[in-house]
Design a protein around this ligand. Structure first.
Ligand SMILES: Cc1cc2nc3c(=O)[nH]c(=O)nc-3n(C[C@H](O)[C@H](O)[C@H](O)COP(=O)(O)OP(=O)(O)OC[C@H]3O[C@@H](n4cnc5c(N)ncnc54)[C@H](O)[C@@H]3O)c2cc1C
Length: 492
């Protein structure tokens, strides 16, 4: 079977000719690790998983799952506030119960952790889980130090034929004067909180920063975002401008662009945030630092195994087969040089496992759609107009405001657009950017079209259901050749 360049071969055994199963050590138990464990054991390997914290890693415990639960809860609260006439009938009293929300978020995390991680590991006879911190002893051995109290601490040496480093990333803490001595939040504390601060300061404008900032605003906080540059500065400028407009439509949110935080102090539970740029001072009751994430590789002693990493970013360089510079040691997920997204981590983990067990699989990162789960969402795939032109492509683009998309009109959406970038003269789609309540669905549709090398004409002629987000993709394609305002309500 072949999946995205993957050649599956038969069950593996070590190359010394013995029939003993290949011994694979996987460091970490997050998305990359789990995908690798499943693929490696299916292919006959004996796998040892080493985890120093909670099984399941970031996504299920402190990342995607609890953050999207919080975002959704806050959206429902906002919807109730905005539609009192209906929400009254739904017995929504307008006051969010942060304690109950936290309990339901935690219950979801625990259920999914059991279903997708713990039970999968427990029930697989070819997997042994070691609870402790891993570090390399040499290029064939990992030391596992149990995290029990010092007196009862044990150490185990695991010898391996292949090793996958899948230790993920942790919040990056910028060098701000005073920050280390105040009780600031990272996303982990923000998601674990069962209270809503009256005022929340947010340092950073990453996806995590914006999602949590808007969610807390909708639950009642007055939120101030300190953004070093603007919003979404790595894509088409229209994305950041539109998202900014939409966020600022909520008068509980303020955004300071070009804001460099110089120092932070905390007295009697009140944070004092001073900006370098204007010497302005802001008071908040909680402070969230969400300025990106750095690989958690510090404890690994990678030098002992001869594994290289980038000194500045901490990322482990890998080739398309997830191989590090040491042929039998692989890396995947947030600790490796690839986008920090859970679906990238899982895809990389699977491919690493296939390659570690004698198969051949490469990861194609030429098309990585991404989404910021604010309301409206921001999402993109492929090249922006500027990136395409910088690569020497000639382009033609169209931008469709959401006020021309039937679903967005019916839903009363106020801010957004879908922009399609095509290369000329072929008119093949090379990228798209969107801000809309369901921008993720629009962009996923474009991603599939791009994978199939479709053109503007192909998309224009497709039958896509009326009143769906995907219909916007067809409409923006049609707008290359006609004025969509003059089409009948279901564009034919
Ligand atoms: C708040 C938040 C929201 C997010 N939302 C999204 C989203 O909506 N969509 C999306 O695609 N991505 C999202 N992400 C990113 C996503 O969660 C990560 O890309 C993904 O979980 C990374 O998986 P991983 O397997 O590489 O690492 P992880 O899941 O972080 O797993 C690494 C594991 O290794 C363990 N470990 C570290 N060092 C050692 C050691 N020395 N010994 C033993 N174990 C060790 C850690 O304890 C951890 O359990 C979000 C992240 C955050 C923080």
């Amino acid at each position: 079977m072949k999946a995205d360049g993957a050649v599956m071969t038969g069950p593996c055994c070590e190359k010394d000719g013995s029939s003993r199963p290949l011994s694979v050590v996987v460091l970490g138990s997050g998305a990359a690790a789990m995908a690798a464990v499943i693929a490696a054991t299916e292919r006959g390997a004996q796998v040892h998983v080493v985890e120093r914290a909670t099984v399941g890693g970031t996504c299920v415990n402190v990342g995607c799952v609890p953050s999207k639960h919080l975002v959704r809860s806050a959206q429902l609260q906002h919807w109730c506030d905005e539609h009192v006439e209906i929400s009254d009938g739904c017995r929504c009293d307008g006051v969010p119960n942060a304690h109950k929300l936290h309990a339901s978020r935690q219950a979801l995390v625990e259920r999914l952790r059991w279903q997708k991680y713990e039970s999968v590991l427990d029930e697989n006879p070819h997997v042994t889980v070691w609870h402790g911190e891993a570090s390399f002893e040499d290029s064939r051995t990992v030391r596992v130090r149990s995290l029990a109290a010092q007196a009862t601490q044990t150490e185990t040496l695991l010898h391996f034929d292949r090793c996958l480093i899948a230790v993920g990333a942790e919040p990056y803490i910028p060098p701000i004067d005073g920050l280390a001595s105040v009780p600031f939040w990272t996303s982990t504390e923000a998601l674990a909180s069962d209270t809503v601060p009256h005022r929340l300061g947010v340092v950073g404008s990453s996806a995590v920063a914006l999602e949590l900032a808007q969610a807390y605003a909708r639950l009642g906080s007055r939120v101030t975002i300190f953004a070093r540059r603007g919003l979404c500065t790595r894509t088409d400028p229209l994305v950041g401008e539109t998202l900014m407009q939409a966020l600022l439509d909520d008068d509980r949110i303020r955004i300071h662009c070009g804001a460099l935080v110089e120092s932070v102090q905390c007295e009697d539970g009140v944070f004092k945030v001073t900006l370098t740029t204007s010497q302005a001072v802001f008071m908040t009751d909680a402070l969230l630092v969400a300025s990106g994430r750095r690989p958690s590789t510090a404890a690994l002693n990678m030098a002992a195994a001869g594994v290289s990493w980038h000194a500045a970013s901490g990322q482990i360089p890998v080739d398309t087969h997830m191989r590090t510079n040491v042929p039998h040691i692989y890396a995947a997920g947030d600790c490796a040089q690839m986008p920090q997204l859970v679906y990238v981590a899982a895809a990389a983990g699977t491919r690493a496992a296939i390659n570690m067990t004698g198969g051949e699989a490469c990861l194609d990162l030429s098309l990585v759609p991404w989404v910021i789960f604010c309301e409206p969402q921001a999402a993109a795939v492929g090249l922006t107009e500027a990136e395409a032109q910088a690569r020497g492509l000639r382009t033609e683009t169209r931008t469709l405001p959401i006020t021309s998309v039937p679903r967005c009109i019916v839903h009363g959406e106020k801010f957004g657009f879908l922009k399609l970038v095509a290369e000329t003269p072929s008119m093949r789609i090379v990228g798209a950017q969107a801000v809309a309540a369901e921008a993720s669905d629009m962009i996923s549709t474009v991603a599939v079209a791009m994978r199939g090398h479709l053109t503007v004409a192909d998309l224009s002629g497709m039958l896509l259901p009326y009143l769906t987000a995907s219909e916007a993709v067809k409409l923006v394609a049609q707008s290359f050749t006609r004025d969509v305002h003059q089409l009948s309500c279901c564009a034919g």
